[in-house]
Design a protein around this ligand. Sequence first.
Ligand code: MCA
Ligand code: AMP
Length: 501
Amino acid sequence: MCYEIVKRAKRYKDQVAVYSEGEAWKYGSIIHRAQHFATLLLGQKEDLAEARVAFMVNPAVDYVSVQWAIWIAGGIAVPLCLTYPPPSLDYVIQDTAADFIVASDEYLPLLEPLCQGERPIRLFSISGMMHSRMFPEKSLPVLNLSRKAMILYTSGTTNLPKGVVTTHANIKAQIEMLHKAWKWEGKDRTLCVLPLHHVHGIINVVCCSLWVGATCIFFPRFDPKEVVELLEIPSLTVFMAVPTIYYKLITYIEGLSDRRAGEIKGNLLKKRLMVSGSAALPVSVMEKWYEISGHWLLERYGMTEIGMAISNPYRRGKRKPGFVGLPLPTVEIRLVAEDGKEIKGEPGEIQVKGPAVFQEYWRRKEATEESFTEDGWFKTGDTAVLLDGYYKILGRTSIDILKSGGYKISAIEIEEVLRQYEGVDDCSVVGFPDDEWGELVCAAIIRKENTMINPDVFLQWLLERLPKYKIPRRIKWVDNLPRNAMGKVTKKDLIPLFENI
Ligand code: MCA
Ligand code: AMP
């Protein structure tokens, strides 16, 4: 069971679990905080019984304490993105029908109005919880592994993001496979610079390290200089990031003197493991990182719905540039042609089975059914080919899914928002290939007749409705959109429009 993470933590009571905001936190004191928070969340109840607890908590000891509190009290953890504007937060809070929200104090002004709708939502502040009277420790519910543990929102080919529900059993499987494959140990120290509302940060970095008694160092924002300095700490052993982060680190290190770059290389060489994932790792980035650090990055492939599925080898075997490797322990993979038949030696859709695969899309029975085959394979929508025993990702089956900075983005969702702007008649959103971001969000927009659009006012309007990473980076004002005989926009024809602007 996933609250097993807390049970296991009792074994490591005197070891440092978390280093955040300049302080070291032992496992024992985090368990204590989690129990106190769990008691407050439970109130008179014996069990939160899968109540949704949304939390907007900074990446630090508070995050771990709240996550553990929700789990031991029997709730479902719904981590909120710290940079979402109110409409995006409200969507997640309403879609999950969250009963409680826990927040770092600075987010209270943003969240208070969202809790004042018809449905009562109880808002807890971290400082309020910390200062509230200590109640005698409650006996906590006994949880079954099949209970729902977490809901993460992911963009799809439809308009609004869907909640991906994972059970305690799914999370346990996701953690254990990475332990086995990447040899996590209690003496590891990792650095968390990733956002904590996605699998990459939550499972691969935070949960994996804390499962085994290792230490997770939280750094609240990505800054290349500070991250390089932290990576140089001799006891730091493991680092995981998206390709954009490696690209930014390379750019920073290339701007330094040869002496300093040499010093950094010497320090990075001592790391045990450096992983890249969440988006395709360009071969040029892998090669440059090797020159800079002496590490061939371990590239792996995963998805919110399945955790990690395919990985290059940790020790035995070559890490092949441009390939994601072989199936991880307990993961079954097959490639399937358009007619639904399994194929070998040719490109096909990746389908996945195994204990790590999610349970359902939250309250979306039809979408859940559509995403699985009749015999229980999850359809990823990614195309791959198997060459010499290694999988190579070729792209996605839908042009409407973008990856920018490691974030999955739905073009349809952005188009729906753009069309609500009074001066916009129609639009189409595509991803334009970019070395740094993977893809840049680009929009071709038709203005309404005789309308002027002030770009600054338009941008401000967008920022109030969409998170920064979903904002179009390039806009092309057009008179028409290219369409096929059925009237559907031929998005491939749009992509060249965004060159050199
Ligand atoms: C921000 N900027 C962008 C983008 N995002 N420009 C183009 N495209 C973008 N997508 C601009 C901002 O407007 C700003 O510009 C400048 O970059 C810095 O913005 P900031 O938000 O501070 O960016 P950052 O902190 O440098 O962020 C880059 C980042 C971040 C650290 C790479 O995007 C990130 O944390 N990505 C990781 C996402 C992740 O964890 N994905 C995992 C999901 P200006 O200064 O001009 O305003 S996938 C997953 O979980 C699956 C299971 C898996 O396989 O792992
Ligand atoms: P998310 O839904 O945010 O979890 O993103 C999952 C998607 O990221 C997958 O379906 C892939 O399209 C993409 N992805 C993850 N890892 C890789 C990788 N190593 N190479 C290419 N694409 C990847």
